[in-house]
Design a protein around this ligand. Structure first.
Ligand code: ZN
Ligand code: ZN
Length: 114
């Protein structure tokens, strides 16, 4: 009896909350960052919040979301992508403005030196 109890305590089975796939290994299972369910690789979308890129075996995808939450958030992702693009363009414009200002200052100094 005791032996059985020990075994029960030590072995955990991971079960996908979406499709019910079972495994003794935690590897290949993810937690949905939106709804918190345990999901297998088939039911997960691997994602990167910073780049907004997803689902490829190449690249860096530290985040996971279940397919259901992914579909529900589709419009929001599109919105985020647009915002990100706008942000990147603005950022570039501001950096260029800054660089030009520094160049102008440099030129002014050169003129004054002469
Ligand atoms: Zn699954
Ligand atoms: Zn989810």
């Amino acid at each position: 009896m005791i032996k059985k109890q020990i075994i029960e305590q030590e072995v955990s089975i991971y079960i996908c909350d979406k499709c019910g796939k079972e495994s003794y290994a935690r590897l290949g299972y993810f937690t949905c960052e939106i709804c918190g369910q345990l999901i297998c690789r088939d039911c997960a979308v691997l994602f990167n919040w910073e780049t907004l890129k997803y689902n490829s075996f190449e690249g860096d995808y530290p985040n996971s979301i279940c397919k259901e939450c992914w579909q529900k958030g589709h419009e929001e992702r599109e919105e985020l992508l647009k915002l990100k693009e706008e942000y990147d363009q603005k950022e570039k414009a501001i950096i260029n403005k800054w660089k030009n200002k520094l160049k102008d200052l440099e030129n002014e100094n050169k003129i004054q030196e002469k």
